[in-house]
Design a protein around this ligand. Structure first.
Ligand code: G6P
Length: 367
């Protein structure tokens, strides 16, 4: 049966609002709340012995992989290499025999990612995949399948598949951290509790829909929009910019907040909205000082942060969006919601074809 839009105007909107449920469904197969454990499907090799991980993907799935690099390195202390699939094969990457390569894909059919998977296999790598389609080519060719349970995604711009990928990758990072002794028993138990908070936190983030719809009027007239973040919020900034350009056709760039002074700051004037993703925490002050550099040049800031961050740095911003305060392993999942909603509402204002943006395809099966 065809998937219905129900009360929603677009599939993308419906899929954005499905996230608390599908992220919960996805997490359910990776956590054992009673035991306080993060569990992965059975495999015939010892994941904890892997001393280097290669992640490969395209588009939004690549940004999920980039967030995972921060998590896996920070929490599990495993070095991670990451590439977009269309670059991976052709640079003849150095892959140690017995290494693990991880491919992230909603469809499991993206031609570049599938070719990269086969290349890694030929180079003696073990293959793990995070996929949303269990019958896909990538799922069939993998040694370890880590499914997302996002359900069919119709909107060309990926939303719920992305947050489900992040949920799986957070579970993977936590599992590796536990297996490698970086997390003790109490920490693992604690992380399971935090992972369980993700759906409710996402729900709270989605509660800002009306506010973000009103804010979209401030963004829609812009020619360029800049997204800034540090740490895992750098890839989240890249994803925010990708969502906006995909469906609203406004030029948008995601940048590491600290790198802005090496170029994009030249673009800033009072016509350029700058979206800053910055929860309070160790990177906050540095990001705020980058934000002040924007403000000093007339840039109009939208600050996405928690109550503490907004109290500290919200003054003088064009707008703020308050996110719940959650564990760093969960927060990027939550911060996905406001950037998706902002892109969605701007696109609606511009009257574009939100679910079928021009020149884009849901699944790209050509290299
Ligand atoms: C296309 C889609 C994107 C998606 C990318 C990777 O460009 O429009 O939404 O992120 O392919 O797709 P995959 O199925 O491999 O995640």
């Amino acid at each position: 049966a065809p998937i219905e839009k129900g009360n929603y105007r677009h599939y993308m909107q419906k899929e954005i609002f499905e996230q608390p449920v599908v992220v919960a469904d996805t997490l359910q197969s990776y956590i054992r709340p009673f035991e306080g454990e993060v569990a992965l499907p059975d495999i015939d090799f010892d994941l904890s012995k892997v001393d280097r991980l290669t992640i490969v993907a395209c588009g939004t799935s690549f940004y999920a992989g980039l967030v995972a690099k921060y998590w896996i390195e920070q929490f599990a202390r495993v070095p991670v290499d990451i590439d977009v699939a269309s670059e991976f094969r052709y640079r003849d990457p150095i892959l140690e025999p017995g290494g693990l390569a991880l491919f992230v894909s909603q469809s499991g059919e993206t031609a570049d990612t599938l070719a990269a998977l086969r290349h890694a296999r030929e180079q003696g790598q073990r293959i793990a995949v995070v996929v949303n389609v269990p019958t896909s080519s990538m799922a069939r060719e993998a040694d370890l399948v880590l499914p997302t349970h996002a359900g069919p995604e119709v909107g060309v711009a990926s939303t719920k598949a992305f947050t489900c990928q992040l949920a799986v990758l957070a579970a993977l990072a936590a599992n590796l951290a536990s297996e490698r002794g970086e997390f003790g028993r109490d920490e693992e138990r604690d992380i399971v509790a935090h992972l369980q908070e993700a759906p409710a936190a996402l729900n709270a983030a989605l509660g800002h829909d009306d506010e973000i719809a009103a804010m979209a009027h401030l963004i829609a007239p812009a020619r360029d929009v800049l997204y800034l973040g540090r740490g895992p919020y750098f890839p989240m900034a890249l994803e925010g910019a990708l969502k906006l350009k995909e469906i609203s056709y406004i030029h948008a760039e995601g940048y590491a907040a600290g790198e802005m002074k090496h170029g994009p700051i030249a673009l800033i004037d009072d016509n350029v909205p700058v979206i800053v993703l910055a929860p309070s925490g160790p990177l906050f002050e540095k990001t705020v000082s980058n934000m002040q550099e924007v403000r000093a040049r007339g840039g109009k800031i939208v600050l996405i942060s928690d109550a503490k961050g907004i109290a500290e740095a919200g003054e003088g911003c064009m707008a703020t969006i308050e996110m719940p305060e959650v564990h760093p392993l969960i927060a990027p999942i939550v911060y996905a919601a406001p950037v998706q909603l902002l892109a969605y509402h701007v696109a609606v204002l511009k009257g574009t074809d939100v679910d079928q943006p021009r020149n884009l395809a849901k699944s790209v099966t050509v290299e």
